[in-house]
Design a protein around this ligand. Structure first.
Ligand code: TYD
Ligand code: MG
Length: 431
């Protein structure tokens, strides 16, 4: 809402500056007292790392993700650990009944204390904002989960739950009560794949921290990323696996993805960066002749526009025309890599699929690579090359194509060599 009171614009020299309010004395930053923020660790290592070391007391954290991705599971597990450690917690569910929450809690594996502390979490199942606020004021938990911001309803406003006005009001009121009483709140928000972010997105400026939980619902791997963090870095990400008994942190993600890599035509390993950590993931491509105009471009785990760019560069500068072929690209395991360093992996995977030639011999370790593709076919350096190289070597990948190769054409030379030797081997066999 616009403010109704007319005020002279400040600092324009028209009339009295400041409108009569008394002036404040600015303080040099060096003199500002800032105590180290104490953190509340959730004992879920990946979550704590993404948060910057744990939950900051009194902070408001928005956890967004598509339905079914595991937001309720993750927040329940975090509260379970906190309850098990003797902290005051509260789970507010405006989506599920207390019985449903209990069913989920019973499925979870025992936490650090050895017992299923999830069953100790106090819960309320309520959709009315007023009742939730009153409960918060009375209970004053240290950490509270509100699941979800779209399903709570503020009676003071018209409009269906989940509408922009409602979502703003709900979050604003929860924040007011939470900051007054020092309650840290994990606010769950649904984000749909189609980008209907209207709900949670309007809250990004309001909350202290925005975490995005992503992955494919049908796949096992999930990444938790920090998009905004007033108390830490935003480049952190954590990898989880959804199991029968809850989410499990994946600490050896690179080893798993390399171990599972197929090494077939169309497969390469990308040395990616997940925040400040290197991660090796397999990128797969499939190229098949198509009559469709335009042909299909299907991606999972990378940006579709980025694929269009890579295909254009491949056609123009790599000698791999794909104008009449469907192209499918997939980052294995449901991981998402949103970084320019993935370009080269996509290009090498697509070229290998188009030619039907694998990058590695039978039994040899897969080929690893990273690098950004420029529009003139040049390879560009990306962040942290030394960490990516070290990670690849750590898992026994010695053949690594880096931006130092210079151009895409040179990067593809290895494939041409292999193509030729495969052809001559075939002709020898026929003779
Ligand atoms: P959920 O946390 O309810 O997702 P969200 O709150 O983001 O909508 O759980 C997502 C899916 O995970 C659900 O379909 C069931 C599955 N699941 C497991 O596989 N193992 C488990 O231990 C739990 C609790 C859920
Ligand atoms: Mg849920």
């Amino acid at each position: 809402m616009e403010e109704a009171v007319a005020r002279p614009a400040p600092g324009r020299g028209n009339g009295k500056a400041g409108g009569g309010a008394s002036a404040l004395k600015p303080v040099p930053l060096g003199h500002v007292e800032a105590a180290d923020v104490a953190r509340i660790p959730t004992a879920i290592g990946e979550l704590d790392r993404v948060l910057g070391g744990g939950i900051v007391p009194g902070s408001l954290v928005l956890i967004g993700g598509s339905p079914g991705i595991g937001k309720s599971t993750l927040t329940t597990m975090a509260l379970a650990n906190l309850a098990g450690a003797g902290r005051r917690t509260l789970y507010v569910s405006a989506e599920e009944s207390a019985a449903q929450i209990k069913l989920r809690a019973e499925r979870l594996a025992p936490g650090p204390s050895g017992t299923n502390a999830a069953l100790e979490i106090p819960v309320i199942a309520e959709t009315d904002l007023g009742a939730v606020l009153a409960t918060l004021e009375r209970e004053r938990p240290e950490v509270c989960v509100v699941d979800s911001v779209q399903t709570l309803h503020a009676a003071t406003l018209t409009g269906a739950p989940g509408s922009v006005g409602q979502v703003r009001e709900v979050a604003g009121e929860i924040m007011r009560v939470a900051k007054t009483h020092g309650v840290a709140v994990l606010l769950v928000g649904h984000v749909t794949k189609e980008g209907a972010l209207a709900g949670p997105r309007v809250l990004e400026h309001l909350v202290d921290c925005v975490l995005q939980f992503e992955g494919e619902r049908e796949r096992t791997y999930r990444t938790l990323r920090s998009l905004k963090n007033r108390f830490g870095s935003t480049s952190e990400a954590g990898v989880f696996e959804m199991r029968q008994d809850g989410l499990v942190e994946v600490l050896d993600a690179s080893a798993r993805f390399v171990g599972e890599a197929t090494r077939a035509p169309g497969s390469v390993v990308l040395a990616a960066m997940e925040g400040t950590r290197p991660l090796l993931v397999e990128v797969q491509a499939l190229v098949s002749p198509s009559e469709l105009v335009p042909p299909r471009r299907v991606v999972s785990g990378i940006d579709r526009n980025r694929l269009a760019l890579v295909l254009a560069v491949l056609g123009r500068h790599g000698g791999v025309p794909l104008g009449s072929a469907d192209v499918f690209v997939n980052v294995v395991g449901g991981v998402r890599v949103d970084e320019p360093g993935a370009d080269l992996a996509v290009a090498l995977a697509v070229a290998s699929a188009a030619r039907g030639v694998p990058w590695s011999e039978d039994g040899a370790p897969p080929l690893a690579c990273f690098g950004e593709l420029g529009l003139t076919g040049e390879l560009r350096t990306v962040a942290h090359p030394e960490r990516r190289l070290a990670e690849a070597r750590k898992f026994g990948l010695e053949r690594i194509v880096t931006p130092d190769v210079g151009t895409l054409r040179r990067a593809l030379a290895g494939l041409r060599e292999r193509n030729r030797s495969a052809e001559s081997a075939a002709s020898v066999a026929i003779c």
